[in-house]
Write a protein that binds this ligand. Sequence first.
Ligand code: GUN
Length: 280
Amino acid sequence: MAAQIIDGKAVSAKVKEEVRQEIEREGLEVGLAVVIVGDDPASRVYVNNKKKACEVCGIKSYEYALPAETTEEQLLELVDTLNADDKVNGILVQLPLPKHLNEEKVIERISPMKDVDAFHAANVGKIMIGNYAFLPCTPAGCMELIHSAGIDVSGKECVVIGRSNIVGKPMAMLLLHENGTVTVCHSRTKDLKEVCRRADILVAAVGRAGFVTADMVKDGAVVIDVGINRNADGKLCGDVAYDEVAEKASFITPVPGGVGPMTIAMLMKNTVMAKRIQSK
Ligand code: GUN
């Protein structure tokens, strides 16, 4: 039987509407600074989408588009300025940065109270402990999609493919917090196919188009596709071979229109949370 499609656009719109109402109801003044360095076209699209979402929610967005040659000193100086600016509740530095800039150093410079990506070590630590204010946006978006489909994670076999700091590792933590039995796979995993076939919930965050094929998926599994890739024709596609996997899964997220819009919706939630933390 064909899988039910989890509509990320619809769930994202709902989350953003909740954020908008919250801001309106309480008359909050919320600001998000978005920093982009260089002219990576994918980053430009993401940043534009983040700005649009701010508009929808009633969050003021401040864009800082810096040239690719920006020095680390200049970027750190901008972060310091934004840390000190009361109008700016959240700071997001779009990744990846040009190679001459040290991403870790830049992230660690952002005030943890304004780190709406939850990439700072202090926030990552809190996620690990399970006592956190900022949600890691993409994993939290995946959880929201899982919940929207009425799926209870508790006791389920969860397999995450990918171990990045941005997605794989925090995703594993969120599933664990909801009592999933979690396995994290990566490029050195032996018998990847067999491990994936155990999954009741399979999360693909690999970064390779069509990586997850039907033979890796158990009948009736929930498949969450975090990938955003371009295939040979330049078409946007996920990490999952959608058509064949949709024949086997019970639920599946499409690309585009699945996890992508959720990441931005969760960013909006975090930005309001940042405002609350700073108002205390
Ligand atoms: N690059 C890809 N995903 C993200 C994200 O969630 N946040 C930032 N800052 N950069 C990214």
